[in-house]
Design a protein around this ligand. Structure first.
Ligand code: GDG
Length: 460
């Protein structure tokens, strides 16, 4: 029987359902792994003095996970270095923040080799392998060099940058060439897929076919597979006991005001600084109305060892302080800025209470928060989604209020429009959004990807 081996940088074993805090991706992959009797392989998140290649196999909630520990130097050069100081900013169009260092390159190559060496003994001839994200571009090449002939697919969760930006990366050719060792490469949207094709045609002399790209004598299938959320369960979570309690606590604390909510990892790609400035513009432009609202921004810190993340955190601390200092009254603060995470069902209850979901990344592969906000709404009285044009999700969600996240004016106007929007219009916009979120959910995403990988006409 075919098994599915999922490979990602970090492994987040599906927890018991009662824990209620796992993300949609963990849930979806967990289901796929159970269905295929599969294994989820990746870094444990632990650091050790010396890499041993020891595989820690565990079974939890019906899913087998296989994890390895990494050396401190691996984490510095591969994870904090090449993945998150080089590729993440570059692929989010931030060449100003992109750091390039040959030691990162070496660490990235080394960890991909270590992953391949460790994974090799557990691969059986009929297994299909699904590799996730920018940490692992070269993994298929490493596996092929070790004689692996299995079907291998790759899914990129983040944008594919414009050719002119990607060519600023030293040895970009080698990085992209590695993708041609996969059988299928999936992107979130057609936009990122077209950007990849542009690079392949212009920089590699590739030939485009019907859903394929051929270069260097190798053909890879490509496709757009927009990721969704586990919509049904998120909708249910928004009405759970914990969600209702969270909702009641919020209602008790807001004294009849309207809440605007933002939920993002504390990352410069999420446009938090621009969002705060847009909200400040709304306060400045609407002195008579500003006390009707407040912004709750939940932003759990991530990648805190990296300088650019420390800088954005310092900036946001200062900016939220400045806005509150300038506008707060004794009984009202305009910004509640919270640097911690909440369980998924509590989050769902908070989304449901917010009149506006403010989702304004400067660039985002997809953005699941936009979909979660929609799924959590009350069908009788839904809120308004304000969404960045530059999130992959915008292509699927034209009924949101789409804004340019770099424009303070557009954010301020959209907030105004959202607060005044009559219930009939809110319903008219929300219904098709909800239909899309429920239909194109995470189960469809993984089903489409795995079927496409199984259907690839593999090389002889
Ligand atoms: C990458 C791509 C793509 C956030 N705070 C809390 C919390 N979260 C959860 C959200 C959501 C997830 O984290 C964030 O997902 P996003 O899609 O918004 O963004 P990235 O983390 O950057 O994800 C992105 C995604 O991969 C999937 O392909 O959409 O474009 O960048 O689910 O709810 N969850 C909990 N508490 C929090 O405080 N429980």
């Amino acid at each position: 029987m075919t098994r599915l081996i999922v490979v990602s940088n970090r492994v987040t074993p599906p927890a018991d359902e009662s824990a209620g805090s796992q993300g949609g991706l963990a849930v979806a992959l967990g289901e796929a792994l159970r269905e295929y009797r599969g294994i989820w392989f990746g870094w444990s998140g632990e650091r050790v003095a010396e890499f041993t290649g020891h595989l820690n196999m565990q079974r939890s909630a019906g899913v087998t996970t296989a994890t390895v520990d990494l050396e401190e130097q691996d984490v510095d050069e591969y994870y904090n270095g090449y993945a998150n100081k080089t590729l993440w900013p570059l692929f989010h169009y931030r060449i100003d923040l992109t750091e390039y260092d040959r030691t990162f390159d070496a660490g990235y190559a080394r960890v991909n080799q270590r992953f391949a060496d460790t994974l090799l003994p557990i691969i059986e001839p009929d297994d299909i392998i699904w590799v996730h994200d920018y940490h692992l571009f070269p993994l298929a090449r490493e596996l092929r060099q070790r004689g692996i002939k299995n079907r291998i697919g790759f899914f990129l969760h983040i944008p594919w940058p414009p050719r002119r930006l990607l060519t600023t990366l030293p040895r970009h050719e080698e990085l992209v060439a590695g993708l041609f060792d996969y059988d299928l490469v999936g992107f979130q949207t057609r936009e990122w897929l077209e950007s990849f094709c542009d690079y392949a045609e212009r920089e590699m002399d590739a030939t485009l076919g019907d859903g394929t790209v051929t270069a260097m004598g190798r053909t890879v299938s490509i496709g757009a597979f927009p990721i969704g959320i586990d919509a049904e369960s998120f909708h249910k979570a928004s009405q759970s006991r914990n969600a209702l309690d969270a909702r009641q606590r919020m209602i008790d604390s807001i004294a009849g005001r309207q809440m605007i909510v933002g939920v993002d990892r504390l990352d410069y790609s999420k446009g938090l600084e621009e969002r705060f400035l847009g909200y400040e513009r709304f306060l400045a432009d609407n002195p008579d109305r500003c006390q009707e609202v407040f912004l709750l921004q939940i932003a759990p810190p991530t990648r805190a060892e990296i300088g650019s993340y420390q800088e954005i955190r310092t900036k946001l601390d200062a900016l939220s302080g400045r806005i509150n200092g300038a506008y707060a009254e004794t009984d009202w603060v305009p910004v509640r800025y919270v640097n911690r995470g909440y369980p998924r069902d509590v989050l769902a209850g908070i989304y449901r209470t917010a009149r506006i979901g403010l989702v304004t990344p400067l660039r985002d592969g997809m953005n699941l928060v936009a979909k979660e906000y929609v799924a959590a709404q009350d069908a009788a009285d839904p809120g308004v989604l304000i969404l960045s044009r530059f999130a992959g999700a915008a292509l699927q969600m034209p009924d949101a209020l789409l804004v340019n996240p770099f424009s303070q004016e557009e954010i301020a106007e959209a907030i105004h429009q959202g607060l005044d929007m009559p219930r009939a219009e809110r319903l008219r916009r929300w219904e098709p959004l909800m239909h899309g979120v429920m239909t194109d959910d995470v189960v469809k995403w993984r089903g489409d990807f795995v079927s496409a990988l199984e259907a690839v006409d593999v090389r002889a």
